[in-house]
Design a protein around this ligand. Structure first.
Ligand code: MTE
Ligand code: HPA
Ligand code: MOS
Length: 759
């Protein structure tokens, strides 16, 4: 089965927000944002801008009819700045004009006087000034304090990971059309249409039933449109309802990069204690999360960091503390992995350091401590159907770690200026929104009288193939031609009260709801067919390849005949069904519970070659055994894994977000922000799916795929560190990512810029 979107994509026929034909009279909006990261607004002068060609109106916070508030978890973020600005890129005014060009030109004429205030960009500095977005979080298992003295080795250090730009191909944007009675219809490039609807309701002070949000597809989201697609949709809705005209806004790439938040940078302290045989006894970690100027999703992201602080290892004594620190940067937000990668990087750094102290391979410690069934996670959940060891062992069967080590060592002794390195990276990622309440979805399935099927769910298609998976579920159940099934846009009027498509659970939650809805229809149709075929026992009726079978024998009834007859007999051909994940809960006071429906496991082995004169490097090979359960769409799962690994490697290596001390984004274009390209891709990438993995918590024993493979990318960092140490064994370092060529050079030589020691 091929992706039904791919042909449209290649021909440029797929529609994104900017491709929709707009009605006559449509206006275009452009945002004026602060160039100061922290300050008091003294005056806003719009008069020059207002007289510019084509300008219809300019809106500021004073024009907001409801609450000037877009904070989802904590109400701490205005749509448009009032007295203060808290980050460079914070929206202050929205200019609406007859063309996008006029709107943009007028924006340049706005004059805002701001009295500068001190800027904080570093999370530890924010922490020292008690600038926290939410109260600290703690998770504890066992008793670390009683354990340190029992350890043979105790190692301490710091670890840091950087931000990451989402770089969805389709920038943020929205389009709003006023509807009679003060209502509004909004097309938004969002992962969370209900969040958009709810926020418009709050800001415009109109009930949610007057707001219809529709999403056909996104040109990528990666978490960057879970929360941060909302403001642009609200601005369009505000202007559209005020002016009674359609209003469209599409962000320019540079504005998008400057105004939106990114992956959270973290700075962390760790302490790890082991027995001399490599068993980890205790782990203590403190996370300083760089949250930016408002909470956005930071508390939920930090929560997941805490949950994943031990990666796929069992550690009996753990204490993790997390601080979500307020800085003068754009509010950082969801990004593939949602804090999980940041948590895992620190434990991997701790294991790497411990391995040095013990003079063993990091993989020796990793393997020794892999999770098993019955082990307790720091958050109280017990590991079930644990595939950590099966994945590791299966990888070792395919590729011998000993042989890889020998190959690397041989190369390194034969080459002076190039060094190879390798690392293993096991992963364990919990599936479910960490906020239990969000784990719900619904599906609305219509069978039309011609036998074609239309499916609406809460899932957003953003390139991850969720529509293909839901399609496959309906196709399996009805056993009809694939062309008969269409996935509709995601629309808040057809499917209400949705959770965003995030947490890798889009296909799980919406797929389960679709499965339930389709089963209701199938049961109804089978019962009707049984009556028509004078078959007393409906279990004897089945549908296969569009034909109706009675007691295993083909009848002259077909799918289309059955549907048309059912409609004539006044049988409903529509079903709506709801799904909520069973068994999950979490107690925030005790930090214990069963937050995840299940876990995804896997192990990667990454090999790299480092050019020790230049600090540049290549990713030679990535070998992985990954647990996808029973894949619903193997081609999609494979491409999700490949894409996620590339994105993970990019985060760990070449992608570097730099803000200067004034809080201005330096890397605000693709000339200064480097992303991995096809030449940087691993020369070899072998991904196998673990066999015999069952999972009752997702449709047809499948497993979520979207985020987990991102974390294999962490292996690239430690493979590079391994290569650096082959060149300069006594290099002193802290695990600071990304390992850009510049950073690699600084670790290869005592001082950056000095010549190689042999010269
Ligand atoms: N793949 C593509 N092509 N584009 C995306 O935006 N987002 C990722 C992942 N894969 C994304 C993607 C993120 S952050 C998540 S949470 C999941 O897809 C969401 O979709 P799912 O729940 O259907 O897996
Ligand atoms: N993952 C992704 N997005 C989320 C989550 C989560 O666990 N919780 C809230 N939004
Ligand atoms: Mo993904 S970060 O949960 O949108």
């Amino acid at each position: 089965m091929k992706n039904f979107d791919s042909e449209k994509h290649v021909r440029g026929e797929s529609q994104f927000v900017d491709d929709l034909l707009v009605p006559e009279g449509t206006l275009y909006a452009h945002v004026y944002y602060s160039r100061v990261a922290h300050g008091k607004i003294l005056s806003i002068n719009l008069s020059a801008a207002e007289t510019m060609t084509g300008v219809t109106a300019i809106f500021t916070s004073k024009d907001i009819p409801g609450a000037n508030q877009i904070g989802g978890i904590v109400p701490d973020e205005p749509l448009l700045a009032e007295q203060y600005v808290h980050f460079n890129g914070q929206p202050i005014a929205v200019v609406v004009a007859d063309s996008a060009f006029h709107a943009r030109s007028a924006t340049e004429k706005i004059v805002v006087e701001i009295e500068k205030l001190p800027v904080i960009t570093d999370p530890r500095e924010a922490f020292s000034k008690n600038e926290l977005l939410v109260p600290p979080m703690t998770i504890e298992l066992g008793d670390i304090n009683a354990t340190w003295s029992k350890c043979d080795i105790v190692v301490e250090g710091i670890a840091e990971t950087g931000g990451q730009e989402h770089l969805y191909l389709e920038t943020q944007g929205a389009f709003a059309v006023p509807v009679e009675g003060g209502a509004v219809k909004v097309v938004s490039s969002t992962q969370g249409p209900t969040a958009v609807q709810r926020t418009i309701s709050k800001v415009l002070n109109i009930p949610m039933n007057k707001i219809e949000v529709d999403v056909l597809r996104l040109g990528g989201g990666f978490g960057g449109k879970e929360d941060q697609a909302t403001p642009w949709a609200v601005m369009c809705a505000l202007a559209a309802t005020k002016l009674r005209r359609p209003v469209k806004m599409i962000l320019h790439r540079q504005d998008d990069m400057r105004m939106t938040g990114k992956r959270h940078p973290y700075s962390s302290d760790f302490k790890i204690g082991l027995k001399s045989d490599g068993t980890i006894l205790a782990y203590e970690v403190t996370f300083y999360q760089n949250g930016g100027a408002a909470a956005d999703l930071s508390p939920a992201v930090l929560q997941r960091t805490m949950f994943h602080c031990t990666n796929s290892y069992f550690i009996p004594n753990v204490k993790a503390i997390g601080y979500s620190c307020r800085t003068n940067l754009p509010p950082n937000t969801a990004f593939r992995g949602f804090g999980g990668p940041q948590g895992k990087f620190v434990i991997e750094a701790a294991i790497f350091k411990a391995a040095e102290a013990m003079n063993v391979e990091p993989s020796f410690i990793q393997k020794k401590n892999l999770l098993k069934n019955g082990d307790e996670f720091p958050y109280g959940q017990i590991a079930e159907r644990c595939q950590a060891i099966p994945c590791w062992n299966s990888l070792e069967q395919k590729i011998s770690i000993g042989n890889v080590k020998k190959k690397v060592d041989d190369f390194n002794s034969a080459n002076e200026w190039k060094k190879k390195g390798f690392a293993l990276m096991p992963i364990c990622f919990g599936i479910s929104f960490t906020n239990t309440m969000m784990n719900q979805a619904s599906a609305l399935v219509h069978i039309y009288t011609d036998g074609s099927v239309g499916i609406s769910t809460a899932a957003i298609e953003m390139g991850q193939g969720v529509n293909m998976k839901i399609h496959a579920i309906a196709q399996k159940i009805f056993s009809i031609n694939t062309e008969r099934i269409k996935l509709e846009s995601t629309n808040t009027t057809r499917v209400a009260n949705t959770s965003p498509t995030a947490a890798s659970s889009g296909a799980d939650l919406n797929g389960m709801a679709t499965q339930l809805a389709c089963n209701v229809l199938l049961e109804r149709l089978i019962k009707f067919a049984a009556e028509q075929l004078h078959q007393y026992d409906p279990t004897k009726i089945s549908i296969s390849d569009e034909k109706i079978f009675n007691d295993g024998k083909e009848t002259e009834w077909t799918w289309t005949k059955l549907i048309s007859a059912a409609n004539a007999a006044r049988i409903s051909l529509t079903s709506h069904h709801f799904y909520s994940t069973p068994k999950i809960y979490f107690n925030r006071e005790s930090s214990k519970g069963h937050p995840f429906a299940y876990h995804v496991f896997g192990t990667a082995l990454i090999e790299v070659t480092l050019d020790c004169l230049r600090g540049t490097y290549e990713i030679d090979a990535v070998n992985i055994v990954h647990d996808v359960g029973k894949s619903l769409q193997p081609a999609i799962d494979l491409s999700q894994a490949e894409g996620a690994i590339m994105q993970g490697i990019g985060w760990m290596t070449v992608e570097e977000i730099i803000y200067n001390n004034e809080g201005r984004l330096i890397t605000d274009a693709l000339s200064t922000y480097k992303v991995p390209d096809v030449h940087f891709a691993p020369k070899e990438m072998n991904i196998s799916f673990l066999e015999n993995s069952e999972n009752p918590f997702a449709p047809f024993n499948s497993k979520a795929i979207g985020e987990p493979p991102f974390m294999y990318g962490i292996g690239a960092y430690f493979a590079l560190l391994n290569a650096i140490k082959a060149f300069r064994p006594n290099t002193t370092y802290s695990a600071i990512a990304p390992m850009t060529p510049e950073r690699a050079l600084s670790l290869l030589y005592k001082e950056v810029g000095t010549l190689a020691p042999a010269l």
